[in-house]
Design a protein around this ligand. Structure first.
Ligand code: ASP
Length: 407
């Protein structure tokens, strides 16, 4: 049997980060997106992201079908309820933390800002109704859902198929065997991609830093500080404490264990693209049993976004402050819930949170043009909020393994 090699050493990944940062700064000085080298760096970065995205659909389908087909259905129900309770509670907590911080720091009060134009796509966006959300959970055509990588539809389709296979028992041996081999196959490819992690991280960071408009950061420094400070408290204190208390894993072991997933999240700004790494990391480094991670990581990467919720809450209040609008306590409670919904509704792709911000702003009557004020720094904040999103998914897997670990 092929000997399973460990991940690439963390030293290589750290070297990748450093090379990416230095390379990005040099690229920026050499003209950023105008520089001829930028195209080559961008191409390499795209190739790496595409490799990761290539395995998402087969991995999610195979993981969820295997989980639903292999577990006792009552146990599956329990797992589902606890997963959803954990995801919702931590997301609301994160949005609440964002509100507390933004009220303490007041980053938008007195801010004189020249915002960018809010993209037409966002201005024209109609927030979906609850009925739309429910309707869209079920794909009318699963092949279409797979082709569009509509994660929520893929999740519901896979769970339904998994439960059906489960009830079919021995009559479905062939399909079950096929799906579990598909899962193994996907993980083999994930392992290969992981060997490229240091190079991928270097290229992605160099591209992000190389094209960032650094000069626009100064007027938004306080706002950035509020978002990053909130993310730091949630990511370095709240989540590790929860994992310690409910999951029995010490903060140090937890944070060290998920380093590769966090770095992939930072460099890709996409929970979905990071999903394969998150899954492998929690299984290998934190010893979460496969039947837990296969169920909760794909769902978490799609719906559980603590970092995004925190960011939505801070951004909405920042915009209100910048417009000189004072949001009452009850309106802030509305922000708390809509920020949670906006985070759940955001896809695990770059800048998704910026689009779902429409829900939060409209709920308290703030102008959508306000999004233009924060556009300039969104890319950089996206990197850090995605890190916390992925950390929340990994934390959930550890906690579930501890609470309902035994089948
Ligand atoms: N990029 C984030 C993610 O993939 C979503 C967001 O834009 O907040 O988790």
């Amino acid at each position: 049997m092929e000997r399973e090699r460990e991940f690439v050493s963390i030293r290589w990944v750290v070297a990748g980060i450093l090379i990416g940062i230095v390379g990005g700064l040099l690229l920026y000085r050499a003209g950023g997106a105008e520089s001829p080298l930028f195209g080559i760096v961008g191409l390499g970065a795209d190739l790496f992201i595409r490799l990761l995205r290539m395995v998402i659909v087969p991995l999610v389908v195979a993981s969820l079908i295997t989980a639903a087909a292999g577990l006792d259905t009552r146990y599956l129900g329990r797992l589902g309820v606890i997963t959803l309770v954990y995801y919702t509670t931590t997301t609301v907590l994160a949005a609440g933390l964002g509100l507390v911080i933004v009220n303490l720091v007041d980053p938008g009060v007195g801010a004189v800002l020249q915002g960018a134009q809010t993209p037409q796509e966002i201005l024209e966006r109609e927030p979906p109704t609850f009925a739309d959300l429910l309707r869209n959970l079920i794909p009318a055509n699963p092949v279409d859902a797979l082709a569009r990588t509509d994660m929520l539809q893929i999740i519901s389709f896979s769970l339904i198929v998994g439960v059906a296979l489960n009830l079919m028992g021995d009559r479905a041996q062939a399909i079950k065997g096929f799906v579990s081999e598909l899962l193994e196959l996907s993980m083999v490819i994930v392992r290969w991609v992981l060997y490229l992690l240091p190079v991928g991280v270097a290229l992605l960071l160099a591209r992000a830093i190389g094209q960032a408009g650094w000069e626009v950061f100064a007027p938004l420094a306080k706002y950035m500080g509020a978002v990053l400070g909130g993310l730091a408290v949630h990511g370095l204190i709240v989540l590790p404490l929860l994992v310690w208390l409910l999951g029995g894993v010490s903060p140090w072991r937890f944070l060290k264990g998920i380093t590769n997933a966090m770095i992939t999240a930072l460099s890709t700004s996409s929970s979905a693209a990071t999903l394969p790494v998150t899954m492998r990391t929690v299984e290998r480094e934190l010893k979460v049993p496969g039947y837990i991670s296969r169920f909760c990581i794909p769902i978490g990467a799609t719906v559980n976004m603590d970092g995004t919720a925190l960011y939505e809450a801070v951004a909405a209040l920042f915009i209100a402050q910048a417009y000189g609008v004072q949001l009452e306590f009850t309106q802030q409670i509305v922000v708390l819930f809509t920020a949670t919904l906006a985070a759940i509704g955001a896809a695990g792709i770059p800048s998704a949170g910026l689009f779902t911000m429409v829900i939060v702003l409209q709920s308290v009557g703030l102008p959508l043009e306000g999004i233009g004020l924060i556009l300039a720094v969104d890319r950089i904040l996206d990197m850090f909020r995605t890190m916390v999103n992925v950390e929340g998914d990994a934390g959930g897997a550890v906690i579930l393994a501890n609470i309902v670990g035994r089948k």
